[in-house]
Ligand binder design. Sequence first.
Ligand SMILES: [Mg+2]
Length: 254
Amino acid sequence: MARDQRVVFFDVGNVLIDDDPFLSEIFRHIHQTLPTNSPKAQLERFFADVERALHDHGHNAVERLGYRYYRRLWPKKRKEIRRAIKKAWWRLVRMIPVARDVLEALRQDYRLGIIANQPPEVVECLDRWGLLSLFDVVLLDSQYGVAKPDPALFRLAIEEARVDAEQSLMVGDRLDNDVIPARRLGMRAILLWLTAGEKGWMPQSEWGRRFVKILERLPEPRWDSILPKEQPMALVRRWAALPAELERIWTAKV
Ligand SMILES: [Mg+2]
């Protein structure tokens, strides 16, 4: 099939950039603002609570832990943390190194795009890392005023790429934000679930090292409760495995 007729869209967080340093920093901020005499501030207990929240609530872990710890005060705390993280953005943001070579190879056979909920600064980062020129279409919620999981952002993306849903595929790390909305539109989708080791972050701090250990123990996402036509067509754990999996899925029925 001609390259023009197939477009692979990528999510950014935990696909092209590593979200783990941000997540680690958010939990560190939560811990920092706890009164030191609070039993919750005891480090062993805190890390156990973080692990439980990530295990039970996945992407909503920060919210769940925040509400449990701060109750009414959480919305205010959340705002403070968001401001702090925004300041630390340039220090924390890093590319997943293995992505670039695979993307360059994929460009021989597919056009590439981005569909992501990210601040506009991410474009500058992708450019700095030499990734931006690999993508034909880039759609960020911050520039289009509509965010994932709203299918409108996916519809805009395939319109902009001038393809039909069946000629496009979404690669993302989230079932709710990436896979389900794409599949609802009739796109193909792959869940890319990279391990902490594959993402390549080697934290220097004791805090970061403990946090990565928690991530390494988390189970893979399950989708038994999702309608078959909204499920991912494959789960891929390594960037290097993506080209073969894409080829296989392209010949499968949507
Ligand atoms: Mg993501």
